[in-house]
Design a protein around this ligand. Structure first.
Ligand code: ZN
Length: 456
């Protein structure tokens, strides 16, 4: 049975969805002020692993990940570039989608945008005002923190120990936070009963999570840096309004990008697109997913090289196995693998099981033990699929992944026809087949075990 660490209770607890067989998950997505960096990718991979494990263990998963497409930094960066805020947000949203796709992150069931959910935010603000938890002031709407006694519970702080740093302005109490920001000259605005303005960041997640997943849902995720104030404020807004909100709070660790040394060696860019121009996505995904999701990751050139070496061992074994075996053996992952993932997604232990199967498979290849090879290869395929590390998840940039099985069937058929042509000494025909494959981008390499091929 799956057990997950819940930040709110600071404990690992058995997880069962509210509705049998269906798990509802909300993950805080990016503020699209600039293209994604490796920290964004880490969070996406962490929750992709959770989702894949829920799917593999028989659940349907409704997965919502928002896009914050209006905020101070978006307005600032758009002003700097002299383009509209929405053009900047759109461009960066596409960059995020491209990075997620490249890293094998499954697309969300729904990807709501803040600016598309102002009516839902107005309804939530009205509920909070009616219940005495929020108040309009100076065109903004604020949440009354002291009206919600469990404020601070998620982050383990007491209200009276909290320090309010900024100038309180129109707030009744310096700790109160903005649900809605009054219009400022030159900024985009949306109409509300309290005047024109734009959404506060915290409010949008409460409004969108409950719109798509219901007033109470299973899992809320995000980076550890979002616990306070963002998630604390989400809980305050939704629970003060009377919603049950998230039953489990999961937070991924951060990416430690080190100091100057790393900046030099990696060309000083942690933008995902730049990293992927130097390192293949398989290695990046392996590095981001190999540590436990709650641990911080040390990002370095050495760590990337280690990830590439580990991934190559898996990939090389699967390639050698597929030269011997016809088709993919249908084998379940070993129980130790499932036990590890059920234990708060203990990926390091799961990977140890995976590499053990690779070792067993390589030994079976050396011994010519086809039955043991079938078991090991089937296990490795199954485990890499669960972890989002199957070679199938990285289609070499093909636009339509559904063509891969077609290519996998047609190329061996043509290679077999070429062998038959050679056997009857019809070299003209053998050459014709080889040239036809080459023209379609299939590179053939003859090995003692027969031809090996790949799509270039
Ligand atoms: Zn959020």
């Amino acid at each position: 049975m799956l057990r997950l660490h819940d930040t709110r209770t600071r404990s690992v607890r058995p997880f069962e969805p509210l509705t049998r067989g269906v798990v509802t998950v909300y993950v805080c997505g990016p503020t699209v002020q600039s293209p994604p960096h490796v920290g964004h990718a880490r969070s996406a991979v962490a929750f992709d692993l959770l989702r894949r494990w829920l799917l593999a263990s028989g659940h349907e998963v409704v997965f919502a990940r928002n896009v914050t497409d209006i905020d101070d930094k978006i307005l600032h960066n758009a002003g700097h570039e002299e383009i509209s805020w929405w053009a900047l947000a759109e461009r960066n949203t596409r960059a995020f989608t491209a990075a997620y796709d490249a890293l094998g992150v499954l697309p969300p069931t729904v990807e709501p945008r803040a600016t598309g959910h102002v009516p839902e935010m107005i309804v939530l603000m009205q509920r909070l005002i009616d219940a005495g938890h929020a108040y309009p002031a100076g065109g903004s709407v604020y949440f009354d923190v002291r009206s919600f006694p469990s404020y601070g519970e998620l982050s383990g702080q007491r209200i009276d120990a909290m320090q309010a740093s900024e100038d309180p302005g129109d707030k009744r109490d310096a700790l109160d936070f903005a649900l809605w920001k009054a219009a400022k000259p030159g900024e985009p605005t949306w109409e509300t009963p309290w005047g024109p303005g734009r959404p506060g960041w915290h409010l949008e997640c409460s409004a969108m999570a409950t719109k798509y997943l219901g007033p109470t849902f299973d899992i809320h995720g995000g980076g550890l840096d979002l616990v306070f104030p963002h998630h604390e404020n989400e809980i305050a807004q939704s629970c003060a309004a009377g919603d049950g909100f998230a039953r489990f709070w999961l937070h991924n660790g951060l990416v430690n990008t080190g100091g100057e040394k790393m900046s030099k060696s990696l060309g000083n860019s942690l933008v995902v697109a730049d990293v992927l121009s130097r390192v293949r996505p398989q290695a990046v995904r392996y590095l981001l997913g190999a540590a436990h999701y709650r641990s911080d990751i040390q990002w370095s050139e050495e760590a990337l090289a280690d990830a590439e070496a580990s991934y190559s061992r898996i990939e090389g074994f699967l390639q050698r196995a597929s030269e011997i075996l016809s088709g993919r053996p249908d084998v379940a992952p070993p129980p130790a693998f499932a036990d590890a993932l059920d234990d708060d997604l203990a990926v390091p232990r799961a990977l140890a099981v995976l590499h053990e199967s690779v070792r067993a498979g390589n030994a079976a290849l050396a011994d010519g033990d086809k039955s043991a090879l079938e078991t090991a290869a089937g296990e490795v395929w199954a485990m890499t699929t669960v972890l989002g590390l199957s070679p199938d998840d990285f289609g070499g940039g093909e636009a339509d992944g559904t063509l891969r099985p077609v290519v996998d069937a047609l190329v061996p058929a043509m290679l077999a026809a070429r062998d038959e042509a050679r056997a009857r000494k019809d070299y003209a025909e053998a050459d014709r087949l080889r040239d036809a494959l080459a023209a379609s981008g299939v590179v053939i390499e003859d090995t003692p075990n027969g031809p090996r091929w790949r799509v270039d």
